[in-house]
Design a binder for this molecule. Structure first.
Ligand SMILES: NC(=O)c1ccc[n+]([C@@H]2O[C@H](COP(=O)([O-])OP(=O)(O)OC[C@H]3O[C@@H](n4cnc5c(N)ncnc54)[C@H](O)[C@@H]3O)[C@@H](O)[C@H]2O)c1
Length: 264
């Protein structure tokens, strides 16, 4: 599949990794749909793409809503006549341990509530499902070649303090295998699905964190720096062009080796 002339939809396209994915594809001649919750970020990214001579539309939507995922897929097809690549980049974190103990008594003082659990499941898991489902529906009915991309994380391996987040990211990593199994069963030949599992990436979430904590993270990264969002965009671009990559999740971490051992 060629990038030039293709239509690419990116959820979470208003910031961080999603923004760079949008710009990467727009610079190479794709038409892009920027989907996000935050209108001012959508406007900024769409204006940047247009300033570089690219074609873009923006759609404000919440990926957890069935009505809204249907809406942004429809808006993309109406604007550009087809849909070829969907990157489900919208994601959130709400870290915390399952139990917090009272230091004096050793008894449970607090539990992780559904206020921290459910939104992460809703955005990272249900949102990815709805985004891919409705994109696949449009691709199948339109007869267009397609690529569906889930964004997992290296923390799919299981990160303490991220029971909610890691649970969604391990599921996002598994989706390509299951979806392509289903496509084989149904005789759907021209749509592929891959997952991308980034390591620690230079988005505002990480660059703005405590610098000592950041240093500790980087001590485990062979490359000695955060992964750049553009490097993730490049890998997704490669996945578009290389049809042998399918039904799998690729890690891009800079060489994350906890305690200089084997990456878990
Ligand atoms: N930054 C990292 O180190 C890192 C590492 C591994 C995986 N990831 C994953 O990459 C993806 C992007 O992360 P990022 O670091 O760019 O984050 P970010 O916060 O910079 O961007 C996420 C975007 O998603 C949008 N969003 C959130 N909830 C939404 C919803 N319900 N509907 C529509 N849009 C919504 C936000 O408005 C934001 O623009 C996430 O899935 C994240 O889990 C990030």
């Amino acid at each position: 599949m060629e990038i030039k002339g293709s239509v690419v939809l990116v959820t979470g396209g208003g910031n961080g990794i999603g923004e760079q994915v949008v710009k990467f594809f727009a610079q190479r001649g794709a038409k892009v749909a920027v989907v996000d919750m935050v209108q001012k970020n959508i406007d900024r990214v769409v204006a940047d793409v247009k300033a570089m001579g690219g074609e873009a539309i923006g759609v404000q939507a919440n990926v957890t809503s069935e009505a809204e995922t249907a809406k942004f897929v429809k808006a993309t097809v109406e604007a550009f006549g087809k849909l070829n690549v969907t990157v489900a980049c919208a994601g959130i974190i709400k870290d915390g341990t399952m139990l917090t103990l009272d230091k004096e008594t050793g008894k449970v003082a607090r539990k992780m509530g559904l206020d921290k659990w459910q939104p992460v499941i809703d955005v990272n898991l249900t949102g990815t499902f709805l985004t891919l489902r409705d994109s696949a529906e449009a691709m199948v009915n339109g007869g267009w070649p397609g690529l569906l991309v889930t964004i997992s994380s290296v923390n799919k391996a299981g990160q303490v303090g991220q029971l909610n987040y890691s649970s969604t990211k391990v599921a996002d990593a598994l989706m390509p295998k299951i979806i392509i199994g289903e496509f084989m069963m149904r005789g759907i030949k021209n749509i592929r699905c891959v997952g991308i599992a980034p390591g620690y990436t230079a988005t505002p979430m990480l660059t703005g964190m405590n610098q000592d904590a950041l240093k500790a993270i980087l001590a485990d990264v062979h490359l000695g720096r955060l992964v750049e969002p553009e490097e993730i965009a490049k890998l997704i671009g490669h996945c578009v062009e290389n049809e042998a990559i399918n039904a799998t999740t690729l890690e891009i971490t800079g060489g994350l080796c906890y305690e200089h051992g084997i990456a878990k």
